[in-house]
Write a new protein. Structure first.
Lengths: 416, 523
């Protein structure tokens, strides 16, 4: 695909450009500042929209004014509709990235203008996606503001009762958009790209846990007075009200996104995984390393082992984690039941972990034993115990398989 | 004018260069000549493993070398300290294997940086197919053996078989398990010999007597990784010595692509490895010693051949368990062959093999082959491996039917094929070995006898065998392809047959013989 991305230097834009380029697509970035990862760049601004670059097969319109300043809405709406029309005229696919706050009577201008553009482009047969609450990766966008706020004030407002949001990791959002372009089938309604609803409090808590070092005070905040104040501010100040976005938060229509996600064939990462700086895979790989170490060595992993394991998987196996269920992480002895032929990727990783675990003084001791009294008897008993363990693992295999069948993606070796 | 150009710095290359250098001739050696940057652990393997924190660099590799090699590759291919020996060979030479392990070396000293150090002289019977009097090799065997330093001389059943004891020092001391096996053999040797099984000390190119710049084996047991005391011979030592001669010039960074003869001279055309620029050297004579696969490719390219046969020694490995040593502590011991055996094959001819201590091998090498889940596999080996020795057995090259051909992109593809009758020979050898070792107090562990894939032995040879009257696909007694006057192939390429018995000393002696004969009688 030859994709033109507006808003390419924004929070989602950067990730989208990187993911599309990484997937082998040619990306022309449109933004006010240069986007580094794109194949090409052209300046793009609502005030002076450019002509559609030649040969473009897909356009992703991400550019939006999120400043809340007055007066720019009409220009922004016009620019979006013009670009959509030019794209459709050129026979290319137009995808508009809207927002979950898009509603005809949205409390914020942002939500209302998104709604207007949605209606216009859907009538032209274009694609519309509404990402949920985007989080993770670089601290930008609303996510960045919230993290910086937590870090600065050390206070976590605990809303009572908490509104609900539907989070999506920024990388998942980018790959979802690319998947939509690949599918390319327009629908009559916007597609919501988000996970199942969680409370806003849970999201803040996860954010504080993963991104803010040190103590954060939890301050209960009753919602009613806030809503009153923000409504009042909205009434008095209109769109200049700084509480406009807070007001939007309470008005987000929640959606069942599972069918759409299944249709696109994407699986979203959890809030906990996504909040970490590596986007979750390092944390999961570290857990995998710890489980394998404990399984092989019968001892907790050293940090050196775990770090090396993560580097190995990133360097040689594409960096994805196997997705061992929690039961295996918590009770690594269970791995014996799935340590069998057929699971190629699991075998490779266990072999690698075995080689790495051996290369240490503790490894020498575990793999070679130590001298002691009654050596013949001790060794014979240890052999009997090992054979008994093996038999037990074979018998227990059908049971453990109920807990976990290796995902298809992990059964073959990914490209190294 | 250059008198002699030698391509390659491995055992054959240095052996061919020596006589000409000592005769005062101008010799140029062309070589890629890469070297390693991971240092071999200094000290006893067991001590280093027990006590030093930093083992990842040499056991796994900074760039995870040991994890990159395939699960079924030989431990040598997973050893980070030897990575440089094999790295880049296939792509630089465009040589690939199909059902064949096609390896070679761009390193100074070639594959001898990673060899098993086994040495033997082939007797008249074994050299019968060679187109020259076998006696002509005797002097060369002696010369090479004295130069590289070998050990293992013993009055045992294999003294005559190896035929190198006149030039050998005393053997490296055995570990307790090998001593036990020898004692049992001495008590049972009559019966075993009747069953076509003979055993003796391994003869190896390992020092047990000090030499200039090299120390004796101290049983540190790091043989798999290399020897920091320089007790194990590699052709690199000869290269160092050659470079001290003013009439010898070593040109590294050069990869030979082809040769061409023209009026009284021969030109080697190649590539500078750093810049990719073409380079060439001309001289009166050329000796090709780039290693069998690379030399075969260069010869095919130069002589416009499209297909050549190739042999290697099919091999198998096995694990022997000595129950009376169960639970014995790990013992510092020599890591290469301690005892060797010869086994008569049903179809005639002999298989040859050796047994090794497991003390200097990573246990994870065994875990992956055990029919146990890894956790219990480690438990089993922790108790069992210190009472085990590992063995290998080689079969004659006539059981291989490999073929080297060019593909559409001018890559040389070696198609690996084992002869159909090999299966029966291997099965018979398996059975005989299990019985023989059983009588020696060692049980061959069930399922441990594993036949290597074609080419896994790395004993490549016989693609352009020496015959009386060669055509373009063969060579004469001086290693010259039919119709060629100034190019001598002196490495494994020209062996007339490939015996199961260690062949490196024969390749070196043959290179020495050819070099001397050309020096004395031709030029």
């Amino acid at each position: 695909m030859r994709i033109f991305v507006t808003g390419a230097s924004g929070y989602v834009g950067r990730y989208l450009v990187r993911a599309a380029t990484g997937a082998g697509h040619h990306v022309i970035a449109g933004s006010r500042t240069r986007a580094l990862d794109a194949s090409d760049w052209i300046p793009y601004d609502f005030a002076s929209p450019v002509k559609l670059p030649l040969g473009v097969t897909h356009v992703v319109h991400l550019a939006a004014d999120t400043s809340g300043k007055e007066g720019g809405e009409a220009i922004e709406v016009r620019a979006a509709i013009d670009l959509a029309r030019a794209t459709v005229d050129a026979g290319a696919v137009f995808l508009f990235v809207s927002s979950q706050s898009a509603q005809p009577n949205a409390p914020s201008t942002y939500g209302r203008k998104k709604w207007t553009i949605e209606q216009a482009v859907i009538s032209m047969g274009c694609l519309v996606v509404r990402p949920g609450q985007v989080f993770g990766g670089r601290e930008e966008g609303l996510f960045g503001k919230l993290v910086r706020g937590l870090r600065r004030f050390r206070i976590m407002p605990w809303l009572l009762p908490s509104p609900k949001v539907q989070p999506i990791h920024v990388e998942d959002c980018a790959s979802g958009i690319i998947r939509m372009l690949e599918h390319g089938v327009p629908s009559e309604r916007p597609l919501v790209l988000a996970s199942a609803p969680v409370t806003f409090n849970a999201m803040l808590q996860s954010m504080a846990h993963a991104r803010v070092r040190g103590l954060t005070w939890i301050v209960p905040v009753p919602v009613m007075p806030i809503r009153l104040v923000s409504s009042l501010a909205g009434w008095l100040l209109g769109d200049r009200s700084p509480l406009g976005r807070v007001q939007s938060l309470f008005a987000i229509p929640l959606a069942d996104t599972a069918p759409d996600l299944a249709g696109l064939g994407i699986e979203l990462r959890s809030l906990e995984d996504g909040m970490s700086r590596s986007g979750g895979h390092r944390r999961r790989l570290l857990c995998e390393a710890a489980a394998f170490h404990r399984y092989l060595m019968k001892a907790p992993a050293t940090s050196g082992f775990s770090r090396t394991y993560v580097r190995v998987i990133e360097a040689l196996r594409g960096g994805a984690c196997l997705g061992l269920p929690q039961a295996f992480i918590a009770c690594p002895g269970l791995i014996a039941a799935i340590d069998v032929n057929g699971y190629d990727e699991l075998r490779w990783r266990l072999d690698a972990a075995t080689t790495m675990a051996e290369a240490s003084p503790a490894g020498y001791k575990r793999f070679n034993g130590v001298a002691g009294p009654w050596p013949w008897t001790r060794a014979a008993l240890a052999l009997v115990a090992a054979v008994a363990g093996e038999c037990l693992a074979r018998l227990g295999r059908p049971l453990v398989q109920v807990i976990w069948r290796l995902p298809k993606s992990a059964s073959g070796a990914p490209g190294s | 004018m250059i008198d002699l150009i030698v391509v390659g710095s491995g055992p054959a290359g240095v052996s061919a260069a020596w006589p000409w250098v000592l005769a005062g001739k101008q010799v140029v050696m062309l070589d890629v000549g890469v070297d390693g940057d991971v240092s071999v652990p200094a000290g006893s393997y067991i001590d280093v493993r027990r006590n030093t924190i930093e083992q990842q660099a040499w056991m796994v590799g900074r760039t995870f070398h040991s994890l990159r090699a395939g699960a079924n590759a030989s431990p040598k291919l997973r050893t980070p300290t030897l990575a440089y020996v094999f790295d880049g060979f296939n792509d630089a030479n465009k040589i690939y294997g199909q059902n064949f392990t096609a390896l070679g070396s761009l390193a100074a000293g070639g594959l001898s940086n990673a060899w098993g150090c086994g040495v033997a002289a082939w007797d008249e019977h074994e050299l019968a197919a060679f187109p020259f009097d076998a006696k002509a090799m005797h002097h060369s065997y002696a010369e090479v053996a004295k130069r590289i330093g070998i050990s293992g001389a013993a009055q045992d059943d294999l003294a005559g078989y190896f035929g190198v004891d006149d030039w050998s020092d005393l053997p490296v001391p055995m570990d307790r398990m090998h001593k036990y096996i020898v004692q049992r053999y001495q008590a049972n040797s009559k019966g075993l010999r009747a069953g076509d099984f003979r055993m003796g000390r391994s003869r190896v190119a390992v020092l047990t007597r000090e030499r200039a710049g090299r120390s004796t084996c101290d049983l540190s047991g790091t043989c798999l990784w290399g020897c920091h005391r320089r007790a194990l011979y590699t052709a690199k030592f000869d290269l160092e010595a050659l470079r001290r001669h003013a009439n010898f010039r070593y040109v590294p960074n050069f990869k030979a692509d082809r040769f061409a003869e023209q009026q009284g001279a021969v030109t080697v055309l190649g590539t500078a490895m750093d810049t990719g620029e073409p380079r060439q050297f001309s001289g009166s004579r050329l000796m090709m010693a780039a290693g069998t696969l690379a030399t075969t490719r260069i010869a095919m390219e130069s002589l416009d051949l499209s297909c050549l046969p190739l042999q290697s020694s099919p091999m198998a490995a096995f694990l022997l368990w000595l129950p009376s040593f169960l639970g014995s502590p790990r013992e510092a011991s020599f890591g290469l062959g301690q005892l060797s055996f010869v086994l008569a094959l049903p179809s005639g001819g002999e298989a040859f093999g050796s047994t090794f201590s497991t003390a200097g091998l990573p246990v994870s090498e065994f875990v992956r082959h055990l029919p146990f889940r890894r956790r219990f596999g480690i438990d089993v080996l922790k108790s069992l491996l210190s009472s085990c020795v590992v063995g290998n057995v080689f079969f004659p090259g006539r059981f291989s039917r490999h073929e080297a051909t060019f593909d559409a992109c001018r890559g040389l593809v070696v198609h690996g094929v084992h002869a159909g009758e090999l299966g029966d020979e291997v099965a018979a050898a398996h059975k005989k070995l299990a019985l023989a070792y059983r009588r020696l107090g060692a049980w061959m562990l069930p399922g441990s006898f594993t036949v290597g894939s074609p080419g896994a032995d790395l004993h490549y040879a016989c693609s352009m065998p020496m015959v009386e009257t060669p055509d373009r696909r063969q060579t004469d007694s001086l290693g010259r392809p039919g119709g060629v006057g100034r190019v001598h192939i002196v490495d494994g390429t020209v062996l007339s047959v490939l015996q199961a018995k260690s062949h490196t000393l024969t390749i070196m002696a043959n290179a020495d013989r050819i070099a001397k004969e050309v020096l004395l009688h031709v030029d």
